[in-house]
Design a protein around this ligand. Sequence first.
Ligand code: SAH
Length: 245
Amino acid sequence: MGKVYLTGAGPGDIELLTIKAHRVITEADVIIYDRLANPEILKIAKNGCEFVYVGKEDGRHTLPQDEINEVIYQNALKHDVVVRLKGGDPFVFGRGGEEGAYLYERDIGFEIIPGITSAVSVPAYAGIPVTHRGVAVSFRVVTGHESPNKETSQIPWENFKTDDTIVFLMGLHNLKKITSKLMEIGKPKDYPCAVISRGTTNEQSVVVGTLENIVSEAKGVPTPALIIVGRVVELRDQLQWFNKK
Ligand code: SAH
């Protein structure tokens, strides 16, 4: 039986891969990867390494999580070194916990290799610090996947009245609902926010706006993209660096 490495691939820029992730990728007998892991990373694998893609294909949605769990498990029965490569960090909206638990129940050894999460690094490449002395004393990373109008919403919207930074992942398709909800709880219409698309890559684009106009400003922006809401967005005027490279 092999060992599974639940490995973070970082946000896009392949130089943001950790040294540890780099090592296990070069040792891997099989790499199970999805849409968000930069496929350039696969080039560092050894000859003969197998690649299994479990992301979206031909308009078909990602494999259901229980099927992915089973693919990882079956590969661990056949190979010594199994790398499960995921975008960003495996435990930040990456379902790495579910994969680890599935392996635990089947007595398969695993290690977690944290990755640089998009939640912090993508704003950084846009020149937006998620905390800043005197501006934001904390930041939250929130799923944008859940529709704020749902009766069952688990998101504590009422807590978002402060100036703490909010980063929404998986939220581009709900941008209008999210910004409307934030104005509904009392945030000003001209409150700063930004949408950052394909962050840390050569295709990075940053749209800065307000809660009121970001929906029209960010129209047509490609995924993956995150939404950042907070006064820290204004610091980009001084801290923008990536596009100047
Ligand atoms: N585990 C990942 C997040 C998975 S959820 C991590 O730690 O980064 C997927 C969401 O992450 C996307 O919908 C998007 O909101 C965000 N995301 C991932 N990579 C991104 C990138 N390069 N630029 C902008 N957003 C990104």
